[in-house]
Design a protein around this ligand. Structure first.
Ligand code: NAD
Ligand code: UD1
Length: 362
């Protein structure tokens, strides 16, 4: 069901309505989630009018409050399940009454790797189903520009690092990883068909941190599987000590290496990707979004302790099944195409992650 919260319906002054209608309107599926909420902020600051479509299956409306506190106005949002063609086209219809939809950013998906191995159909249904339904709806409303949330998981264990976009796509390690490969393929197939489609496939490395205001961040729903949410909760005393998954890898200190990118830098890359699409017609390209630097788990823990002046309780443990030894991005393609690069350091991200944890309280 569609539940619009439309600022245009609140008796705004005519000039405000005119200004809003002049802004390029971007549909943001999953815009109440972790990366989506930060992207909605950056879109708004860059002069876009984002409209969030989210079913709140892994988020809640407090993210809308947080966005409002940062940008000074309530973001337009509708409760929509992107798997439902009926709901999605009703939402597009209602948006199109007031705006020309210039593009879509598609975040809506489930993302828990472990859960996907236990409930693969839940992941195929949601991640692949919503992408297919969205593409169909975009065709019906003549919307061509699409930014898609992919993942470096498509590379598996790369033979060469830093990894660039030409690296082979290896067999997916999990159903979640396969949904990202499958969605990329679906988008490429549609691009090669008669449907006009202009797409940027963004392969995120490891997004971390929170907005520096601490008004939005990653919501801790259930037991965190990712490093930073577990680390902050363990440090806050809400969890057992962090287990470092393996210290016998062939890396400098024996722990795995990843490319941790501040979520605000990642969000800004989406704005740049939309601008890149706007200057093109019928492109379909993939881009790595990372810093270009790798950090080990122990380096992250030590940096977190130094930056925040706290102890991170941690113990060494066995390797986690399916973990990759080391991966970090070659972000040169995004840098030259988008004119984008990361502005925040690992220290910034770890400080913002801790401030977000403190803002959440216990
Ligand atoms: P998130 O769970 O915080 O956000 C996803 C949002 O999508 C949530 O608000 C959820 O309620 C919504 N949603 C899910 N299914 C939906 C549906 N059928 N209809 C409408 N809304 C739906 O996740 P995130 O970390 O912000 O990730 C966003 C995207 O980026 C996902 O596609 C994810 O796979 C991808 N990604 C994330 C990471 C990461 O580390 N966070 C890494 C690589 C790729
Ligand atoms: C994982 C997924 C990836 C997905 C990403 C975002 C796997 C194999 N990969 O990436 O597909 O896109 O999450 O959801 O699951 N670590 C610990 N202790 C912990 C948690 C993590 O030592 O409690 C280590 C891990 O071994 C890894 C690093 O921290 O070396 C980062 O882990 P994590 O945050 O889970 O991300 P990835 O495994 O890189």
């Amino acid at each position: 069901m569609v539940h619009p919260t439309n600022p245009l319906a609140k008796g705004s002054a005519p000039n405000a309505i005119f200004d809003l209608m002049k802004k390029p309107c971007v549909v943001v599926t999953g815009g109440a989630g972790y990366i989506g909420s930060h992207t909605v902020v950056e879109l708004s600051l860059a002069g876009f009018h984002p409209v969030i479509l989210d079913n709140f299956s892994n988020s809640n409306r407090s993210a809308l409050d947080g966005i409002e506190r940062i940008i000074g106005s309530r973001p337009e949002s509708m409760q929509v399940d992107c798997r439902s063609h009926q709901e999605l086209s009703a939402a597009f219809d209602s948006i199109a009454e007031q705006h020309t939809i210039s593009g879509v950013i598609h975040f809506a998906a489930f993302k828990a790797v472990g859960e996907s191995t236990k409930l693969p159909l839940k992941y195929y249904d949601n991640n692949v189903g919503s992408t297919s339904t969205l593409l169909q709806t975009m065709a019906e409303f003549d919307v061509e520009n699409l930014v898609f949330s992919s993942s470096c998981t498509v590379y598996g264990q790369p033979e060469v690092i830093p990894v660039d976009e030409g690296a082979p796509i290896l067999e997916a390690e999990s159903p979640y990883g396969y949904t990202k490969q499958a969605c990329e393929r679906i988008i490429r197939d549609v691009h090669a068909s008669d449907q006009p489609l202009n797409a940027a496939l963004l392969r995120y490395f490891n997004p971390i941190g929170a907005h520096p205001s601490s008004h939005i961040g990653e919501l801790p729903l259930g037991h965190p599987n990712n490093l930073i949410p577990f680390l902050t909760q363990a440090t806050a005393g809400l969890r057992d000590p962090l287990t470092v998954f393996g210290d016998d890898y062939p890396t400098d200190d024996g722990t795995c290496v990843r490319d941790y990118i501040h979520v605000v830098d990642l969000a800004k890359a989406h704005v740049a990707a939309l601008q890149w699409l706007d200057a093109r017609s019928l492109a379909c390209e993939s881009f790595n979004l990372g810093t270009g630097h790798g950090n080990s788990v122990l380096e992250v823990i030590h940096s977190f302790q130094r930056v925040n002046g706290v102890d991170v309780p941690h113990v060494m443990g066995p390797r986690r099944e399916g973990d990759i030894t080391a991966i970090y991005a070659d972000p040169a393609k995004a840098r030259s195409a988008f004119g984008w690069s990361c502005e925040h350091s690992l220290d910034d991200a770890l400080r913002d992650a801790w401030n977000w944890q403190l803002a959440l309280g216990t």
